[in-house]
Design a protein around this ligand. Structure first.
Ligand code: ADE
Length: 224
């Protein structure tokens, strides 16, 4: 799976790409991440990418041309969906990640400042995704979340032990409470069944605990 990221702040990705499961997926060549800075595609002498919005609104808007040229260059290497991260997009969830896990390549466009010029969205963007009803400074964190969530769905990225099957939302239900050693911590124990060695009883407990948690915290997930 190749993620082509377009961002004004490539350095924002460095710690993320060097850590944990994503770093391992890159090392195994299950995942490739290429980052282009669309500032490199400007045609003015100061490499300026933004300008005042028409209409006199506050804030700055990223011009269409550098993004359009950067996207054209990436698309020349092969077609792929272009995802723009914005609070105006549809909400990112596990189903959306599963949908994109069937692609070999996706292009992730990160905006900044007030927004990007609408015309590049109209011309080039195939999907718009939001993390939630709040405004971030840019799309970089959203792109990292997308890369992280999708990488763990790629076969071979997670080991058997870490398998995504028992993750929250894969059923779609929240996960169950997890415990590890010691069996007594600050006077708090572990449900007896987890120490029983009875796999059937343990599976039943996990199902019921996940269901109970989902019912209290996210009943909306049970109504579909
Ligand atoms: N960019 C700025 N805010 C965002 C959000 N809530 N989700 C995705 N991208 C964003």
């Amino acid at each position: 799976m190749t993620f082509e990221v377009l961002s004004l702040f490539p350095e924002a990705f460095s710690g993320f790409l060097e850590s944990s499961i994503v770093a391992r997926a890159i090392a195994k060549q299950a995942v490739q991440v290429q980052i282009s800075n669309f500032r490199d595609y400007t045609k003015n002498k100061h490499n300026c990418v933004d300008d005042y919005p028409y209409g006199g609104f506050p804030g700055m808007v990223i011009q269409a041309q550098p993004i359009y040229d950067a996207l054209s260059s990436v698309l020349q290497r092969g077609n792929a969906p272009v995802i723009y991260f914005t609070p105006q997009g549809r909400k990112l969830n596990q189903q959306v990640l599963e949908h994109y896990s069937s692609y070999e390549r996706v292009i992730l466009l990160c905006g900044h400042y007030k927004d990007i010029d609408q015309r590049v969205r109209d011309l080039c963007v195939s999907d718009e995704l939001s993390l939630g009803d709040y405004v971030l400074s840019g799309g970089e964190l959203a792109a990292m979340i997308f890369i992280d969530g999708l990488s763990r769905l790629i076969p071979g990225v997670l080991g058997d032990i870490e398998s995504a099957n028992s993750d929250s939302f894969s059923t779609p239900k929240l996960g169950f409470p997890c415990y590890t050693r010691p069996d007594n911590f600050m006077g708090l124990g572990v449900p007896d069944v987890l120490l029983s060695g009875n796999h059937k009883a343990i599976d039943d407990w996990a199902q019921q605990a996940a269901y109970a948690l989902t019912k209290t915290r996210r009943p909306d997930l049970l109504s579909d």
